[in-house]
Design a protein around this ligand. Sequence first.
Ligand SMILES: [Zn+2]
Length: 316
Amino acid sequence: MKSTLQIQDISAAPGTKAAGFLNVPTTTAQMPITIVNGVDDGQTLLITAGVHGGEYPCIEAAIRFAAELNPAEVSGAIIVMPIVSLNSFHARQAFLVPEDGKNLNRVFPGKATGTISERMAYAITSLVAPHVQAWVDMHGGDIPEALVPFSGYIESPDPKVNEGSRGLAAAFGIKYLLRPDHLPGTSNSAAAAMGIPALLAEAGQLGILDEDSVQILLRGCYNVGRHLGILPGNFTPVALIEFKSNPWVRAGQNGCWYPSVKLGDTVQAGQKVGEIKDYFGNLLAEYHAPCAGLVILLCAALAVNGNDPLVGIGEF
Ligand SMILES: [Zn+2]
């Protein structure tokens, strides 16, 4: 017998949809959340977006997905959290939560007693994630970042979880796949530790709400729902192209950034990818590709700070 799915005071009986706000315990932070509870039994899928508040296509795709879903067509349940970091969204703040200056996707699984980012992450891992059997966390290039769509997952010690994550990637439909061994603090690594198959799905860039990226992400949500048997309909899994590694070339200092490659370029190992100059036009440093590969991420801002990602390369 199908039961009601309740998270805090948001309660969805079988065959209904409920929307409200998840209150982050001991803070004033709230996260919009929609619970779509189907009539029939099945798995529960979590879709998160807006962990970084300036990544608009994923936020819009999640908003539309939650609004469009019809509980009568759902077997199992789908939980959608379209803007996890509402404060960074309204502050138009790239990467960081304004109150504590932390990158929310580096503090998972979070802590009950910590800074606000840590408490936000913990609200998801303690109150929402225990209900789910699959988790797709959608991102994109943040406000200063150009990005080629890619997906990724973090290796879990459990091969079954990895198989599940890989299945989510193929179903979601973005062909380029990154598989970092270890990226502590991400939602994906928290999910892997909890034994939940999980996917990072990235599309969109530069603070632009572009429809093509929204469609890539929205289609991905539907296809994952179909793959898990939660939603009706067919889909064709994509043939994944897996990068050997994905080094990020980072700024060694503050200054003005002048890339010499374009997004989507193929680069050779050792090829110059750009330079940093000072505020008087003097060269401070040149940057080079550590390996051959595809430029999948590019800092599009003139202003850079030490340790900012300048160029992301998917190694062939
Ligand atoms: Zn992000």
